[in-house]
Design a protein around this ligand. Structure first.
Ligand SMILES: Cc1cc2nc3c(=O)[nH]c(=O)nc-3n(C[C@H](O)[C@H](O)[C@H](O)COP(=O)(O)OP(=O)(O)OC[C@H]3O[C@@H](n4cnc5c(N)ncnc54)[C@H](O)[C@@H]3O)c2cc1C
Ligand code: FES
Length: 278
């Protein structure tokens, strides 16, 4: 087993990491390619890290790159408050702190040999990209990969260049929609559930993975169940306010469940009866 550097001995102590590259994806979101000084991150798809900037604070951010790109990792950050504003102001070469990876990550073994349907809304593509890239790299292990992606406006679509490449990639089917068509958008218009009419799924072979804003889950799950997909084959990543990431502070608790440790990925059958979950 790899020896842990001194700072890694306490999961409460951030490790020094460096921003290697910065790319503006939209008006609000920027992609940061990051490297930890002394080790590879070693994350699973859909895990998150706690990002800190000295004197400002800390916030949980999902890892957006595939686990197989081991030397560096991507964070897609939306500017909303103090930490994310400070991060957007940093340039390549700047140092940040990283704790983690935290969370259970996506159970990739549960989708082997299946048809995988990714349903992502808005910023939900950030964590799901780690799993989509992993599945594309291991394409032979899946029967079919289908991605449904919905954004509010065309200008809010994340990873635009990658979406264009996926559209041409025979390994995956991509269907996109926007709520409001602007700037010459000629694609589909409507909420994400309207994309379900464009695909046929084999309910006995399909596993669905859903990540998006809270309002999306209820309607997407109804659509999946209507198509006969089993509750135990619907996975979702839930976001809750988090602080420690380690099951100690209680900030992320949802009816006794510590989302930072037991999640953020849950199976629908596990959380459907949990009050406040959906
Ligand atoms: C597991 C997990 C993964 C995440 N992954 C990403 C990611 O990949 N990219 C990204 O940009 N953000 C992500 N977030 C959200 C991010 O952690 C928050 O936006 C964070 O609070 C930003 O810190 P800040 O100091 O800039 O903003 P703050 O000053 O903390 O908050 C700014 C505004 O956002 C609201 N807010 C804060 N946290 C949340 C939350 N969890 N849900 C809803 N509203 C919130 C606040 O109420 C406030 O209005 C993730 C959150 C979790 C729990
Ligand atoms: S974030 Fe502290 S217990 Fe989950």
């Amino acid at each position: 087993m790899e020896a842990l550097p001194a700072a890694r001995k306490s999961l409460f102590v951030p490790e020094p990491a460096r921003i290697l590259r910065k790319e503006k994806l939209t008006a609000k979101e920027t992609l940061f390619e990051v490297a930890i000084d002394k080790r590879s991150l070693g994350h699973k798809p859909c895990q998150f890290v706690e990002v800190s900037i000295a004197g400002i604070g800390e916030a949980p951010i999902s890892v957006s790159s595939s686990p197989t790109s081991s030397a560096t990792f991507d964070l897609c950050v939306r500017q909303v408050g103090s930490l994310t504003r400070a991060m957007h102001a940093l340039e390549p070469g700047a140092q940040i702190g990283i704790r983690g990876p935290f969370g259970n990550g996506f159970p990739v073994e549960k989708i082997a040999d299946k048809e995988v349907l990714f349903v992502c809304g808005g910023l939900g593509l950030a964590p799901l990209r780690s799993l989509i890239l992993y599945c594309l790299e291991n394409r032979g292990s899946y029967r079919r990969l289908v991605t449904l992606y919905g954004a509010k406006r065309p200008a809010e679509r994340l990873y635009e260049k990658e979406l264009l490449a996926w559209r041409k990639d025979a390994r995956m089917e991509l269907h996109e929609t926007v709520d409001i068509a602007e700037n010459g958008w000629t694609g589909h218009v409507g909420v994400i559930t309207t994309l379900f009419d464009r695909i046929e799924v084999d309910p006995l072979e399909t596993v669905a993975v859903v990540v998006g804003p809270p309002v999306m889950y209820k309607f997407v799950v109804l659509e999946l169940l209507k198509r006969g997909i089993m509750e135990s084959r619907i996975f979702m990543s839930l976001e809750r306010r988090m602080r420690c990431g380690l099951g100690k502070c209680g900030h992320c608790q949802m009816n006794g469940i510590y989302v930072c440790q037991e999640g953020p990925v849950f199976c629908y059958s596990e959380v459907k009866k949990v009050r406040e979950a959906l």
